[in-house]
Design a protein around this ligand. Structure first.
Ligand code: AMP
Ligand code: ZN
Length: 114
């Protein structure tokens, strides 16, 4: 999608602070971090929300989590712990409509989320 911010990041039209990438996913630091580590893992291909995922996307969704695992290891938060979050639509707080897995860590997290 030509007007999608995260598609532009995946294509390199906009250059985020990339911490991991492969053929299918890109991981970059959130511009407004909510924790010492706050990385967003996105599929290169545009998918707007969790509601738009198809059965054929199952492997791709798994790859988002495997990238999160790598990012956590790189940032030294795999052992201490971290949180992954994917917001879907307005009530969850989704603001960018290209699916992204938040990887947050480096501080203690509260539960439940507000
Ligand atoms: P969400 O609210 O779940 O849709 O998350 C969107 C995230 O994208 C927020 O945490 C924003 O801070 C982040 N974000 C928005 N614009 C940028 C950008 N240009 N570079 C990096 N992260 C961004
Ligand atoms: Zn997109």
């Amino acid at each position: 999608m030509s007007d999608c911010l995260f598609c532009k990041m995946a294509s390199g039209e906009i250059e985020p602070d990339i911490v991991y990438q492969d053929d299918d996913v890109v991981a970059f630091r959130d511009v407004n971090p909510q924790a010492p580590t706050h990385v967003l893992v996105i599929p290169r291909r545009h998918i707007s929300t969790i509601n738009d995922l198809q059965p054929a996307d199952a492997e791709l969704v798994g790859k988002l989590f495997l990238a999160a695992q790598k990012v956590a290891e790189q940032d030294g938060i795999a052992g201490p712990g971290y949180r992954t979050v994917m917001n879907c639509n307005a009530e969850a707080g989704q603001t960018v409509f290209h699916v992204h897995l938040h990887v947050l860590g480096g501080r203690a997290m509260g539960w439940p989320p507000g």
